[in-house]
Design a protein around this ligand. Structure first.
Ligand SMILES: *Cc1c(COP(=O)(O)O)cnc(C)c1O
Length: 409
């Protein structure tokens, strides 16, 4: 099939719930993917922060191939070595004590909510405006956006408080509150970094009020923000931690970790959860992150990009703000721009994959293995597009379209 045939077939047979760039991707290596016509793209999306170790990392490919030849699946009615090895590794990396394996982010959030029910016997949750925790009905109940026609949702007692405001969060907690659920940096919400000390304050409030603190590191985990987990920036330990996305090096796997509570026999289950193939892939991905020093790399490349972007992009009329941590970066467009979908399209035409989230924020979450030269190319393409867009933004927000300097108004 050629590109047009594949796109047509998708429209005919697949529910049209996704907006896609019109390219058919056939292979990938490191931070580069190739489409069906042989055209290459620098991938600053990484499967939405999934391909942390890059596309088809040799260690991950090898682990999958070897494991696939021996044993792909057996269910949790039996023991397998990759599963226990991965569990031990995850507890070591996170400082948590027990793991429940599943297959996706939403599923790990479901497990977290269910565990919080179990521990507290309560049903109320506090979550953040702009927060995102997944699309299944429980996870969507604690997600602020994307609710639309699905209201009212399963959990009706969820209070949404402004993200980054510890006082509002404290005030929202009452006797019926089971847990607080938050991302350490909001991903889908537009790469929103909370004020320093926020997570520590939330931890203290949860301790004081006796509620569970669920931290959703599904997007921020595994080196993305320049630490293994974003919580380390503040030295905070949640009661429950959810992870997925980059854990499997591209292979689907999720996990819910807890500090001291756990499910008993029969209380929770997942047929595929922690299957040997997924666990072997994840072990290899973690191994790659460690042996290639990718956490440090994310910190360095991220601060390099951010400081360049502050100087060269934030000064453009089309750009409202640049922010992020490590290789989780957001470029928010000014109100004079229509939205960021057109930036994504234009970048794709110029060989760079970007993602648009929260309507106005260009999100860059490239593989942590991206080369500096590739990041520079992506930066140049983005800058060129934002400069073009700035021409429509003259005099907007007091920024001068000619010299790109902020006049301070
Ligand atoms: C992506 C994401 C999820 C949902 O993960 P899925 O694997 O798509 O179900 C939940 N929380 C956060 C913070 C995410 O970024």
């Amino acid at each position: 099939m050629n590109s047009a045939e594949i796109i047509e077939k998708e429209r005919k047979y697949i529910m049209q719930s996704y907006g896609r760039q019109k390219i058919v991707i056939v292979e990938g290596k490191g931070a580069v993917v190739k489409d069906i016509n042989g055209r290459e793209y620098i991938d600053c999306v990484a499967g939405i922060a999934v391909n942390g170790v890059g596309h088809c990392h040799p260690l991950v490919v090898k682990a999958i191939c070897e494991q696939a030849k021996r044993l792909i699946h057996t269910s949790n009615l039996y023991y397998t070595e990759p599963q226990v090895e991965l569990a031990a590794k995850l507890t070591e990396l996170t400082g948590m004590s027990k793991v429940f394996f599943c297959n996706s982010g939403a599923e790990s959030v479901e497990a977290a909510l269910k565990l919080a029910f179990k521990i507290t016997g309560k049903r109320k949750f506090v979550a953040a405006k702009g927060g995102f925790h997944g699309r299944t009905l429980g996870a969507l109940s604690v997600t602020h956006s994307k609710r639309g026609i699905f209201e009212p949702l399963l959990l009706k007692t969820v209070d949404f408080v402004p993200y980054g405001d510890a006082l509002a969060l404290r005030n929202a907690i009452d006797e019926d509150t089971a847990a607080v659920i938050l991302e350490p940096i909001q991903g889908e919400g537009g790469v929103v970094v909370p004020p320093e000390g926020y997570l520590r304050e939330v931890r203290e409030i949860c301790d004081e009020k006796g509620v569970i603190f669920i931290l959703d590191e599904i997007q921020t985990g595994f080196g993305r923000t320049g630490k293994w987990f974003c919580k380390e920036h503040e030295g905070v330990q949640p009661d429950i931690l959810t992870v997925a996305k980059a854990l499997g090096g591209g292979f689907p796997i999720g996990a819910m970790l807890s500090l001291d509570a756990e499910f008993q026999r029969g209380e929770h289950a997942s047929t595929f959860g922690g299957n040997p193939l997924a666990c072997a892939a994840a072990l290899a991905a973690l191994n790659a992150i460690e042996s290639e020093n990718l956490v440090q790399r994310a910190a360095e490349l991220g601060s390099y990009f951010l400081s360049r972007a502050k100087k060269e992009l934030e000064t453009l009329p089309a750009v409202k703000e640049v922010r992020g941590r490590g290789l989780m970066l957001g470029v928010e467009l000014s109100e004079c721009c229509e939205g960021c979908e057109s930036v994504v399209e234009r970048a794709c035409e110029r060989g760079v994959l970007l993602n648009c989230t929260a309507g106005r924020v260009i999100r860059l979450v490239p593989p942590l293995v991206i080369q500096k030269s590739q990041l520079d190319t992506a930066f140049s393409v983005l800058k060129e597009i934002l400069e073009e867009m700035s021409k429509n933004c003259k005099d907007f927000h007091g920024k001068n379209g000619e010299n790109g300097e902020n006049s301070g108004n």
